[in-house]
Design a protein around this ligand. Structure first.
Ligand code: GAR
Length: 224
């Protein structure tokens, strides 16, 4: 008998460009089905993207709850109505309680715009420029109670260029996020990611996405 298509709940807070990449990948490959999109903000642009694709949407407005635990309990109740295989955070900008994370442990996935463990939190592109790193990127990881932390499923790398601003860097990283996230979710859904303790392992065939970085070191010792 054919296995049922794995299902996702996608949680968003904003414009939803990563959600759109996930929607398009599902339309192309049927690697998974997005059963619901849930936003903590009633006016998140991503809700319209979901509606346009015929995906059910839900809003759990965090401003109507007195504390994080009450919000997370309401979110979990809504999520559990869909009983999805995976809960995918695609620009979901709320810190989740330990209880929530543990409830969905092993099937809660996040994308973060840095090469974790570097630069957790907000303003990652500003952080990268301030640190003077030569490469930057994005990470897909399983979620643990610590913020922007957990077994790394996949990463994408961009070169930091002279003259980069947080905006130019963000644009290049976001373009790669749109390629990285669907392939990482597909690998998880296909059971190609083994995880134990703090580590996740994707099959040997998987390479990180590396954008325009020359893989030679000949320029060392030479004049630029
Ligand atoms: C993305 O860059 C995502 O990596 C980031 O929010 C953006 C959402 O954009 N997530 C985080 O910073 C989580 N810590 P989108 O709404 O266009 O997908």
């Amino acid at each position: 008998m054919r296995k049922p298509t794995p299902t996702l709940a996608v949680l968003i807070s904003g414009r939803g460009s990563n959600l759109q990449a996930l929607i398009e990948h599902a339309q192309r490959t049927a690697a998974y089905r997005i059963a619901v999109v849930i936003s903590n903000r009633p006016n998140a642009g991503g809700l319209d993207l979901a509606r346009d694709a015929g995906i059910p949407v839900e809003v759990v407005d965090h401003t109507t709850f007195t504390d994080r635990a009450a919000f997370d309990a309401a979110l979990a109740e809504r999520l559990d109505g869909y009983a999805t295989d995976w809960v995918v955070l695609a620009g979901f900008m709320r810190v989740l309680t330990e209880g929530f994370v543990e409830r969905y442990s092993g099937r809660l996935v996040n994308i973060h715009p840095s090469l974790l463990p570097a630069f957790p939190g907000l303003k990652t592109h500003e952080q990268a420029l301030a640190a003077g790193v030569r490469v930057h990127g994005a990470t897909v990881h399983l979620v643990t109670p610590a913020l922007d932390h957990g077994p790394i499923v996949d990463q994408a790398v961009v070169q930091v260029l002279d003259g980069d601003t947080p905006q130019t860097l963000a644009e290049r990283v976001l373009a790669l996020e749109h390629r990285l996230f669907p392939r990482a979710i597909e690998a998880l859904c296909a059971g190609r990611v083994a995880h134990a303790g703090s580590l996740a392992m994707v099959g040997a065939a998987s390479q990180p996405l590396i954008m325009n970085i020359p893989l030679v070191d000949e320029h060392y010792g030479q004049k630029a």
